[in-house]
Each structure stands twice: as structure tokens, then as C-alpha cells.
Design a protein around this ligand. Sequence first.
Ligand code: SF4
Length: 374
Amino acid sequence: MKVLNKLNDPELGKKIVGRVKEVACRAAEKLGRQVVLMEVCGTHTTSISRMGLRSLMAGLVELRSGPGCPVCVTGAEDIERMLLLSRIPGVEVATFGDMVRVPGKNNSLEGERARGSSVKIIYSPQDALTLARETPDLEIVFLGIGFETTAPLTALTVKNAQALNLKNFSVYSAHKLVPPVMRTLLNSGNCQVDGFILPGHVSAVTGSRAFNFIGEEFGIPGIVSGFTPMDILDSIYHLLTLILQGEHRIKNVYRCVVRDEGNKEAQKTMAECFHTGDAYWRGLGLVPESGLYWRDTYTSYDAAQKFDLKKIVPANPAGCRCGELLQGIITPWDCALFDEQCTPAHPVGPCMVSSEGACFAYYRFEGSGVRNGL
Ligand code: SF4
């Protein structure tokens, strides 16, 4: 409890902010401009906005959001295919809440439900499995979204379904891997940042060493970070110190959760069920070896094959700049639709839908959401 209280101690927070600002001043002086950092993970984006860190560090450190919101990076084609699934008679789509409001070309899953489709919000893949057992006359399709954090649980659920010989359960896998997208982002040259705040949850599975290539091959430092305000401040402090010292390595300051080698058991379960392949990421296009697809042993649980889903030409919403946002090229303020035509009540793009989306976080904690008491 003592430790938990310290994590939220405002006096300690002020002292730490003072120290971070001090080292930020020196790093900015060294670079001759403000330091640009990217928080890769959507949960970090939300925490940073909630604690007002962007304005606290203004002029010294710019914090840009990256491709770490699973709902936001789900490609337009995947969204259309999920909508197709929801329209198949006898199919019930089971999904996490954020997905139902993501706008497709003409509709969202929420809209399909209003037209009579069966779309159920669940809290874990296991809930979808339970639905399948309880409603044998329905085909339950779970939408598998997320990174290394959620993919092992999806894999485990399909293993359980196979053990139970369930015939009315399948998964549409849009699961993705974070290290390959970081490589693509860095190879693109679009991502001009001085350091990365790396995702703690993903690293708990992959291990911190999965990100070592960022320092070794691209000469950019990174910190594997936890999620409390103190964790994030501490990570920024360490990152700025690495920049000051001219060190280009990946440092893990979330050691209570993340090991260098990661979670071997979770890695094994993923490898047993999935093979990797190229996958479309919103805004980033085709990212080599970044998608997780079912191995032959599990094809009867692959919704894409079970329902023979056709290929669809992706369509991104007109005027939406989520793609540039997810690469750290712009912030939500640079999108002309932000807080005007695009709000959480009327989202134009996925970054305004998900609770981990940068546009949603900026609106809620730094934009009109503050005034409107969202
Ligand atoms: S404000 Fe809306 S339209 Fe603009 S990038 Fe964000 S989600 Fe897309």
C-alpha cells in the first residue's frame, strides 16, 4: 500500500517533474531544438494525456503517438470483412466494445446491429467460447484484435475449442506483432524521433530484447516502460539521460513485469497456433511478417476460411489523417476534422473511437472533452 500511495503522491510527482524538466532542458540544449519522443503504446498515450504531460513538457519535449492502438491500426479491409461476417445469417459476432463503433465504408458493427445483425460485446475470448457452448444453433465468430498482449489468449481459446471439439466457433484473426511494425516505421524514414517509450505489456510477452534492433540498427534509444504516471515520468527521465549521454540502447525500467527473454509459455502457445505473414496496418500499408494467421491444424477455427470471405478494396474515411498520426508524423491537432466534424460522438476515423486512440485521448483530456465533462 505504501508503494501504491507513492505512485500517486503529488509532492513526489512535482519533484520528479522538476528533475525531468531539468534533464529535458539539457537534452534540448544539446540537440538545439526540442526533443521528440514517441510513445508507441495507446495506453501510454492515454496516461500521458490524462496527466497533462504534453503541456507540462511543452517547448522541451514533444510527445507523439505511435502505432500501438490495436483498434486504430486494424486495416480498413479487415473492418469491411468483419462487417461482412456480421451480415451472414446464423452468425453472431463477438467482439471487444471499442470495435463496434469503428466506421467502415458505409456502416459500423453498431450500425449493423441496429439493422438486425447479431453483434455481442464481450470481455475476453473465453466469453466467446462460452457463448458458442451455450448457443449451439449459432455460429460464434470472435474478432481477434490486438498485439502480443492478447494473441496468446486467443490462441489458448482456440486450443480449448479444439479440445472440446466445438464446431460452431471460429476466430477472425487480425492480430498483429509490434517489433515488425517498428522496423517498417523506421525504414520508412517518416518517423523522425529521438527516442521511444516502448510498450510494457507487449514486452512482457516478447521480452525487452525483441526491441534491441531499434538501438543497434537504427541508433535510437528506447525505454520499456510501465503505465503509472510515475512509471512514465521515470521512463522519460531515463530516455532523456540516454539521449544526453549519446547512448543508443534499449533499457528496461519495467523489470517487475518484463524480462529480457519475455514470457516463454505465451510465446510457445502463439507459435503452436499461429504462423506469421504480411498484414495491412492502417496508415502503414503492408508490413512484412507482422500478422498472425492460423496454422493448418486450426484452419477449421479460421473464420476467414470457414466463411470464404472475399477480398475487399480498402477505403479510408475522406479527410481522416489516422495514417499519418499512427506514424508519428502529425498530432491530432493537425487534422482539420479534429474536434469539429470528428468527435467521440461522431467519429470519422478509428483513432477517435478507441479509448486508446490518440484522437480520443487528446479530445477527452486536452480538447473539448475537458469542457464537456466527457
Ligand atoms: S481527428 Fe478523426 S478524422 Fe482526424 S485523424 Fe483523428 S480520427 Fe481521423
